[in-house]
Design a protein around this ligand. Structure first.
Ligand SMILES: C[S@@+](CC[C@H](N)C(=O)[O-])C[C@H]1O[C@@H](n2cnc3c(N)ncnc32)[C@H](O)[C@@H]1O
Length: 196
């Protein structure tokens, strides 16, 4: 069941990962950590598109073997590694960019802010955080997928909910990020990029 969930996340995130690989200025950085990386679909997609990058997939220890097999099959074993950890108990690995895909919507507002603050701590000055999710439009009128996903999270989790780009920018600024902005990826997904 674990493996099938982690593989499923690759299917969900691949189109956004391809867009993120194309749209973010990866040439300006040397490393990234994919927090809550699952099988590593997004981690590998970005690393394959940018051979100069070193990458870390960070997730719970039981995800490690699934991530490592996927990354090895993509020929990335030397450049992309897994770091086991619990993002509530452990500090996040340090890198030039922290990526958080479909993580924040699992949790309530207090936990979202704590995770954003942890990302801020893991980054050097000038480092960037990319949050990508099915962002709800700021007027909460047109992104039906994001609104329904939020309803889904409210049913499936204790406090999780999806959010607008403006919400995410506000939270990022609250924990110390600056120049946060939204960029559309593909379909219902957008990324919010903030700078430390
Ligand atoms: C919804 S999936 C997102 C996967 C991937 N980022 C994507 O967008 O395709 C959430 C991920 O967070 C991981 N996760 C959940 N709780 C965690 C924790 N306490 N510490 C580290 N990772 C955790 C899960 O194992 C899972 O891989």
């Amino acid at each position: 069941m674990l493996e099938s969930f982690l593989r499923g996340m690759t299917g969900v995130s691949l189109p956004s990962a391809l867009a993120m690989a194309a749209l973010f200025p990866w040439n300006e950085v040397g490393s990234f950590v994919d927090v809550g990386c699952a099988q590593g679909g997004a981690t590998a997609t970005i690393a394959l598109a940018h051979p100069h990058l070193r990458a870390i997939g960070f997730d719970l220890p039981q995800v490690g073997p699934v991530f490592e097999a996927y990354v090895a099959a993509k020929g990335l074993a030397g450049r992309v590694r897994f770091e086991p950890g619990d993002f509530f108990a452990d500090p996040l690995p340090q890198a030039d960019v922290v990526v958080m895909g479909h993580i924040l919507h699992d949790w309530d507002l207090e936990t979202k802010l704590a995770l954003l603050a942890k990302a801020h701590q893991a980054l050097p000055a000038g480092g960037r955080l990319i949050v990508y999710e099915a962002l709800i439009d700021d007027e909460r009128r047109s992104n039906a997928f994001g609104l329904l996903m939020s309803l889904n999270m409210l049913i499936e989790t204790r406090g999780g909910f999806d959010f607008t780009g403006a919400d995410c920018i506000g939270w990022m600024e609250q924990v110390g990020f600056r120049e946060a902005r939204v960029e559309h990826l593909v379909g219902p997904d957008s990324m919010v990029i903030g700078t430390k």
